[in-house]
Design a protein around this ligand. Sequence first.
Ligand SMILES: O=C(O)CCC(=O)C(=O)O
Length: 252
Amino acid sequence: MNMDQALHKVGVRDGTLSSEEKHFLDVNGYLPLENILIQRQIENMISRLDELAELEGEDAGKELHQEGGTIRVSNLVNKGPMFEIGFSHPRVLAAIRHVIGPRFKLSSLDCRMALPGQGHQAFHADWRSGVEPGDYYVCNSMWLLDDFTIENGATRVVPGSHRSGKHPKDALEDATQKHPEEIQLIAPSGTVIIFNSHLWHAGGLNQTNSPRHGMLAYYCRRDHKQLTDQRKFIDPETYARLSEAQRFILAV
Ligand SMILES: O=C(O)CCC(=O)C(=O)O
């Protein structure tokens, strides 16, 4: 099997993403896809994530990354069938293919809950350096489980910065500061925001009294190392449940 065959099996077709959507993603580096999740899926995911956060306590996120001011729950591939959609949705996968090209795989699937009064990040890119415009290694998708608002710290991005060839650590004097061209990605829950991971982006400050839940499905080129080694972590029962195409996308 190759990736285009796997994508076809999960429902990706030529017109899955319109040319306007592809153009928007190319130019701006992000693309909101609305109504990917329905209310019941969102509720199931939030309730499972809250349960996992409680069960895992201080260990939550340890498989991948822990971050002050947030609860991160990692290795979601193996933590419930409700998370499978994170690496199986045709619209999302069509967008990832558009950014990285046909040779990619899931790198990690985790949740980031920005806690009340916390969550502000410095601008970063999910890659070590700037890259040639068009030569992209990684692409992320943020799955909004709560409405993302100014108040709860919707993701901040600098549109077009993925084409600058520069990394924020080299280009910005102080990446923790507001950027003059930044915008916040305001959207309703159920939306998935694709963002080219070379785009300068950052979590915003959650100024509400509730955690802001988002799931991050992060993809990389197939010949690169995954953040979560899916072969090492995959549970036999997860493996048994998945289709051949889903296994290919995970590279297990
Ligand atoms: O939670 C967000 O809004 C962005 C998260 C992010 O960029 C990260 O954790 O690297």
